[in-house]
Design a protein around this ligand. Structure first.
Ligand code: PLP
Length: 380
């Protein structure tokens, strides 16, 4: 599939025709039990992640991310926790970006219980990650762009750090999707996703994906088999169906987010826009090098306080005030009340997550309609 571009890969990789009747969509194998063959061969079983319906969607994700192998699991957290537990052991140390998704941050206490140490790095600069490496460091874990301030980490520099120090590099690639960013191309070892976001894309599916190379894939699959974080046949089918339109959806989300970010950056009631697609964003040059689109997520600080921002949100008609992201419909939320609710207000404000910060997940609506909606909400 490597000869084909993303739009084509979304449709044609992984899935296959139903040979029995000639149907053009991948058949769904619902059986949890398969006839045993005494002459050998693979034992098929859902929790072994080897049913054709599971493999079809995993192969599609591997093709999209330019990985060699992929594992489809029951949630984004299942993808992340399984990867970290599979690749780290008691006595190991990991360097972890401080800005990771709140659920991932929460999971770190589990690592401590397993005797795995970690250091947090509050920076996007790879030199700061390097400075945190110890003799027993085995792995570096990060996101780019980050939530909610869309900070950008240099993938090439991170992969180089991994290579020179003998560390595994693991990224949560949820925000970018394989359409906008393919970290394995830069030498990153593992890309994990919350498929609940852009991959599913319709806010009606909970799943996760890990894409990597075969040796690490086998290790992660072994842990996944033990943990049993399996995704059912119908969900696998729905994810595969959603992935057929991933490139189309993400392209429109890129266009919409850029148009909205530009509109808001010039608006007198807006203090600051965080979006790597804007030329004066600190992450712009790095994002331009390593991303083929800047993504559908951006954040905006409204001039005023939480009540001012709340009144803007209340006037919006096309944006639902809701958590999560990546669906076809536009959403808006307050990071101070959601992902960073547990952080003391003073600390939050210091890193830019003020009470008047709004995070937007752009859908696939017409950008002019979204701009008009934001315009009326800000003018109100
Ligand atoms: N990674 C990121 C960046 C997320 O935003 C989320 C969920 O919001 C997750 C991982 C966890 O995904 P899930 O809810 O599918 O477990």
């Amino acid at each position: 599939m490597s000869e084909y571009r993303p739009l084509t890969r979304c449709v044609h990789s992984g899935g296959y025709l139903d040979e029995k009747v000639g149907g053009v969509t991948t058949p769904v194998y619902t059986s949890s039990s398969y006839r045993f063959s005494e002459s050998g061969g693979e034992v098929l079983y859902p929790r072994y992640y080897n049913l054709p319906t599971q493999k079809a969607v995993a192969d599609k994700m591997a093709a999209l991310e330019n990985g060699r192998t992929a594992l489809v699991v029951s949630s984004g957290m299942a993808a992340i926790s399984t990867t970290l537990v599979a690749l780290l052991a008691a006595g190991d140390h990991a360097v972890i970006q401080n800005d990771v998704y709140g659920g991932t941050f929460h999971f770190l206490s589990e690592l401590s219980r397993l005797g795995i140490e970690y250091s947090l790095v509050r920076s996007q600069d790879v030199r700061d990650f390097a400075a945190a490496v110890r003799e027993n460091t085995r792995l570096v874990y990060f996101e780019t762009p980050t939530n909610p301030l869309l900070k950008v980490v240099d993938l090439r520099a991170m992969a180089e750090l991994g290579r020179t120090k003998g560390l595994l590099t693991v990224i949560d690639n949820t925000f970018a999707t394989p359409i906008n960013q393919r970290p394995l191309d830069y030498g990153i070892d593992v890309a994990a996703h919350s498929g609940t976001k852009y991959l599913g894309g319709h806010s009606d599916l909970c799943c996760g994906v890990v894409v990597t190379r075969p040796d690490l894939g086998d290790k992660i699959a072994e842990t996944a088999i033990n943990h049993g974080v399996v995704l059912g046949a119908f969900e696998c089918y729905r994810l595969e169906r959603s992935l057929k339109t991933l490139a189309l959806r993400v392209r429109q989300q890129n266009v919409n987010a850029l148009a909205l970010a530009e509109f808001l950056a010039a608006h007198p009631r807006v203090k600051r826009v965080y979006y790597p697609g804007l030329p004066d964003d600190p992450g712009h040059e790095t994002a331009k090098r390593q991303m083929s689109g800047f993504g559908g997520m951006f954040s905006v600080e409204i001039k005023g306080d939480r009540e001012t921002a709340r009144s803007v949100v209340n006037r919006l008609k096309l944006f639902t005030h809701a958590v999560s992201l990546g669906g076809v419909e536009s959403l808006v939320c307050f990071p101070a009340l959601t992902s960073h609710a547990k952080m003391p207000a003073e600390e939050r404000e210091k890193i830019g997550i003020t009470d008047a910060l709004l995070r937007f997940s752009t859908g696939i609506e017409d950008p002019d309609d979204l701009i008009a909606d934001l315009g009326q909400a800000l003018a109100g």
